[in-house]
Design a protein around this ligand. Structure first.
Ligand code: HEC
Length: 219
């Protein structure tokens, strides 16, 4: 068998296939089997609650109409699920990645390199790595921009970012008005403010610490 070139290629090819399967499927399964996948309720954290309370203060009427009297773990989790579905449905992942790679100084630009544990939750099924990077990576977006910046940006990106190729999303608002986000707009802002909220990020992204296990209480 090893006398012929074809035989060597066959054995080599099969060998690499087995190696790839073991390193990319079997090893990760063994590494993370003890770590249960988190639900949307379980990923609601204090940083995110801070942003949702801000949404309620800025948009009291729409918030009351589309979310509820006040933010709770349950209605915030429902918003996260809805926001993620919109992110998928609108194809945001065509232009935005959610994966900071350990190459090209990406951590200088966007923040700490992504770790597998960050994808161990319901909202990352399927994972939102994305396909291209027309726009910036969004996995550390939480707290980077204010909610009203996002509202104006979704309504008409060029208002805050001249020359932006990002499409406008007027259907995230009632009466075509950036100060009246509807359920879709509120849900997407919640989802965007969640991305990276699990890290306690310093402004320079250096010396970041994972968030301590704080108990989240509804206000
Ligand atoms: C055609 C490609 C494209 C699509 C589709 C797209 N974006 Fe963008 N996005 C960009 C580009 C380019 C930028 C950078 C310029 C700017 O700020 O508008 C950007 C910027 C952003 C920012 C600001 C990031 C920052 O902090 O600077 C957010 C948040 C964002 N996009 C979210 C979304 C969401 C959510 C969707 C889906 C509803 C979406 N984008 C769809 C291209 C796109």
């Amino acid at each position: 068998m090893f006398e012929s070139k074809a035989g060597i290629l066959l054995v080599g090819g099969l060998g690499f296939f087995v190696f790839a399967f073991v390193s990319n499927a079997v090893v990760p399964i063994l590494m993370y089997q003890h770590m249960p996948e988190q639900t949307a309720e379980q990923v609601v954290n204090a940083n995110l609650m801070y942003q949702v309370e801000d949404l309620q203060r800025r948009y009291p009427e729409p918030f009351k109409k589309y979310v509820g009297e006040k933010p709770t773990t349950e209605n915030v989790a429902a918003m996260l699920r809805h926001g993620r579905d919109i992110y998928v449905g609108e194809g945001c992942w065509h232009c935005h990645s959610q994966y900071i790679r350990p190459v090209s100084n990406e951590s200088k630009r966007w923040g700490p390199v992504a770790r597998s544990v960050e994808y161990q939750n319901e909202l990352q099924r399927p994972v939102m790595f994305g396909t291209r990077r027309v726009g910036p990576d969004l996995s550390r977006e939480s707290g980077r921009r204010s909610n009203d910046w996002h509202a104006v940006h979704f309504h008409h990106p060029k208002t805050v970012s001249p020359n932006s190729p990002m499409p406008a999303y007027p259907w995230f608002f009632d009466n075509d008005n950036p100060s009246e986000p509807n359920r879709r707009g509120l849900a997407l802002m919640t989802y965007i403010q969640w991305l990276g909220s699990w890290l306690e990020v310093s402004p320079t992204y250096e010396n970041y610490q994972p968030l301590p296990d704080v108990e989240v209480k509804a206000p």
